[in-house]
Design a protein around this ligand. Structure first.
Ligand code: SAH
Ligand code: AVI
Length: 308
């Protein structure tokens, strides 16, 4: 379970910073998860299509790398769409999807169970940025951690390093990891992917304020904030912000926060890595980059990592 108090504490702490900020893991309430699923189907949002294409194109080699009959653990499993391809090819002994969004997790697990009746599924509702108890059925083969979607890009490089180190410990010397990582590319393509014409990404970003209003009794007026996303080439990341359109104050429970016109709340980073940059990060966390697969347009990468 995600304690309600941590949400309140994180929101108050984030809005008290000189550059106001909110953790992106809170995007994913039931509506947020549905909006993210809609983003994945947008013309402009290439990462999902690219990763699906590369997974389909290299599924044989990916399955040989990961090995059959393993325990497949997926962090940030969401709809578990890409996992279907992997499950079909790997025929794992068990599948452990982990997600902070209970709604997305339960829906995906029920759908998967209908599609793969022979599969043991242990759905874990939890936050992968904190120590988590993962049910590790004994004698269920090698452990393989799957972390697709470039969700690792939503962590800072320091957080990504800590996450990889933790996973390295969980996997043991025989385990393997498959990580989907969005590549650095033409900034116009990046800009379009986070500024779609239909405004779905804007709705996804603003939904965070709606969630804070509903769950924490806050009074954000959504029309007074605008979605703003841009690529920061010096940091190698997309930054998403919500910009206050006017001088205003907002109450979150007993706390009042003042906004100047033009002041922003930083809601998400989405880091983009070259193949070499990500391999170096994985190496610093105790992994060896053994394989890397790219889609035909070379927009997205899937890294096959083993313990160094
Ligand atoms: N793997 C899917 C979904 C990616 S979206 C894909 O590739 O399309 C990111 C997913 O990670 C969402 O389902 C979200 O609910 C989950 N998530 C984000 N932060 C999380 C955290 N700290 N702990 C657990 N799940 C998290
Ligand atoms: C889940 N994550 C990898 C997405 C991304 O691209 O950073 C979340 C997202 N934010 C805006 N659009 C999609």
């Amino acid at each position: 379970m995600i304690p309600a108090d941590s949400f309140r504490e994180d929101v108050i702490a984030g809005l008290s910073l000189p550059q106001k900020a909110l953790p992106p893991k809170y995007f994913y309430d039931a509506r947020g998860s549905r909006l993210f699923e809609a983003i994945c189907r947008l013309r402009e949002y290439y990462p999902t299509r690219s990763e699906l294409a590369l997974t389909r194109g290299h599924i044989g080699a990916i399955a040989r790398f990961a090995g059959k009959g393993s325990t497949l653990i997926e962090y940030g499993s969401g709809e578990s769409v890409k996992s279907r391809l992997l499950i079909g090819a790997l025929r794992p002994a068990a599948y452990v999807p982990v997600d902070i969004s209970e709604h997305a997790l339960r829906r995906a697990a029920a759908k998967l169970q209908r599609a793969f009746r022979w599969l043991d599924i242990y759905a874990v509702h939890g936050d992968f940025s904190r120590p988590l108890k993962i049910p590790m059925a004994q004698g269920r083969g090698r452990r393989v951690v799957y972390f697709p979607g470039s969700t690792i890009g939503n962590l800072t490089p320091q957080e990504a390093h800590a996450f990889l180190r933790m996973t390295r410990g969980q996997l043991g010397p025989q385990g393997a990891m498959l990580v989907g990582v969005d590549l650095k590319k033409d900034t116009a393509l990046l800009h379009a992917a986070y500024n779609d014409a239909r405004g779905v990404t804007a709705a996804f970003n603003l939904n965070l304020l709606a969630r804070i209003n509903r769950e924490l009794g806050a009074d954000f007026r959504l029309r007074r904030f605008r979605h703003y996303a841009f690529y920061n080439p010096a940091r190698g990341r997309i930054e998403m912000h919500l910009v206050s359109l006017a001088a205003q104050s907002v109450d979150v429970g007993d706390h009042r926060f003042a906004f100047e016109a033009g002041e922003s709340i930083h809601t998400e980073n989405s880091y983009k890595y070259s193949v070499q940059e990500f391999r170096a990060l994985a190496k610093s966390a105790g992994f060896r980059g053994e394989k890397v697969w790219l889609d035909p347009k070379r927009q997205f990468s899937l890294h096959g990592l083993v313990a160094a």
